[in-house]
Design a protein around this ligand. Structure first.
Ligand code: FE2
Length: 211
């Protein structure tokens, strides 16, 4: 299925850039349908990432790029067995290694869409950690693309404040405390600071996001 999607997206026979883009978003939606716990996750990650980019005074093109990258960051999960994605208990080493393939698969899918090559690298590195302990390449600090560092905070935050198969949702306040606890190890402190400032300013109220 993955090879078919990549071939379809990169095919010159696909009538327009828009139709390839629509197909990519449809694939992202399909992944969320496979797991009810992640419904709406990509839309929220895109929205949070754009908010952080704006809060950091990054230019409009970067705000747009991270929003789009958020929408498609996990599209590669289409190539990961459902049994790994939906498992409620502890994952085995081999299940973990299956899951760890998804950023590279996402990269391959996104890079196949001609109008979206500029966001492929942001997607590729969304599970890198600031201290170098992430994947797929173990990049450290500012070697990780800024868009990926933003996506990582947005992605982790949303995972914390929503119910998952393996854990109940955390409060916004507790999730912000977690982001701060791991600022400098898992997360870029500047990104955490921007998102925290935004949420504190709004009385910890989350923005409305259209699924
Ligand atoms: Fe991911």
């Amino acid at each position: 299925m993955l090879e078919q999607i990549i071939a379809e997206l990169s095919s010159q026979k696909s009538p327009t850039r828009l139709s390839r883009y629509a197909m990519l978003l449809a694939t992202a939606a399909l992944i969320e349908m496979r797991d009810p716990f992640t419904a709406g996750h990509s839309s929220r990650v895109g929205r949070y990432a754009a908010i952080i980019a704006r809060e950091m005074d990054l230019i409009a093109d970067i705000q747009k790029a991270v929003r789009l990258a958020g929408l498609v960051h996990d599209v590669g999960k289409i190539g990961v067995p459902m049994t790994c994605l939906r498992k409620a208990g502890k994952l085995t080493e081999s299940e973990m290694s299956e899951i760890r393939k998804h950023p590279v698969l996402s990269y391959e899918i996104v890079a196949a869409v001609p109008g979206l090559r500029h966001i492929a690298n942001i997607v590729l590195h969304h599970h890198e950690r600031f201290d170098g302990d992430g994947y797929p390449h173990g990049l450290v600090g500012e070697d990780i693309p800024l868009g990926s560092r933003i996506l990582c905070v947005a992605d982790s935050f949303d995972a914390m404040v929503t119910d998952r198969a393996y854990k109940p949702a955390m409060s916004v306040e507790d999730a912000l405390a977690e982001l701060e606890r791991y600022a400098g190890t898992q997360f870029d402190p500047a990104v955490v600071q921007a998102f925290t400032a935004y949420l504190l300013c709004r009385g910890l109220q989350l923005p409305q996001v259209q699924a």
